[in-house]
Design a protein around this ligand. Sequence first.
Ligand code: C5P
Length: 298
Amino acid sequence: MSVTVRVPAKVNVQLAVGAARPDGFHDLANVFLAVGLYDEVTVTEADELRVTCAGPDAGQVPLDRTNLAARAAEVLAARYGIEPAVHLHIAKDIPVAGGMAGGSADGAGALLACEALWNTGATREELLGICAELGSDVPFSLTGGAALGTGRGEKLAPLEVGGTFHWVFAMAGRGLSTPAVFREFDRLAQGRDIPEPVASQQVLDALAKGDADALAAAVTNDLQPAALSLYPELVETLKAGRSAGALTALVSGSGPTTAFLVRDGAAAEKVAEALRASGTCRSVRMASGPVAGATVID
Ligand code: C5P
């Protein structure tokens, strides 16, 4: 028997970052939007826990127990006294180390798939708790839609969204490590007062209205200066998308994927074409959101 779960990527339409906490994490006001780029995780009964991955970036995905999909299976199995004897296969379409929660998506996907396979009876709350243990962005990969994440990003409040937002994403030539980007944020913040992160009312209103122009005027990412400091070439990608008519351009989460908000599908085609022609990125994808979180499809 096997179960397949489809899980979306995310873009952050606001990422407000506070000062480093004693535990090394940062308090966030993190407005997540799930977008239609997906990984699929298939779990099948096997002799022992094993992870495989296919897709253009598959070579960069760890197949050992550090993979969040493997950890999700182990944590759920340990709670319910089950042997995690499963084969987890990840069909990967979300960029690896890209700032779009690809690893988190696989964790949430594997958790939901294993739950469907084993029928432990774990409640949604319990699954969300396990997601939060696995990583700050993993709960959102399970819920999808749009949400405000506080704490280190794992405490979620769902948000109303009044329309569909169209995006173009430019995948960069190499990845960026999230801890490295937060460390660079700390370095750049030295000697400055970092305010408490708070959700932007403008961002929330723009989402609620489904108003792309208002959202474009309101998006912020406090990790962007750190990502650009570690990956200065991204400035050229941002410029290329802006000059092709994107309403706004920003780094997605900790990067290095860059995200371009556009008015509609036709504008998306135009911006995507210009980004491809610019030679400033590895590949280009179009996706819109919000979309549902982790879902059993088979
Ligand atoms: O929670 P997760 O394991 O995804 O976080 C990866 C790394 O990102 C952490 O080890 C930490 O360095 C950084 N991080 C942070 N503050 C957050 C979330 C992540 O400093 N709120």
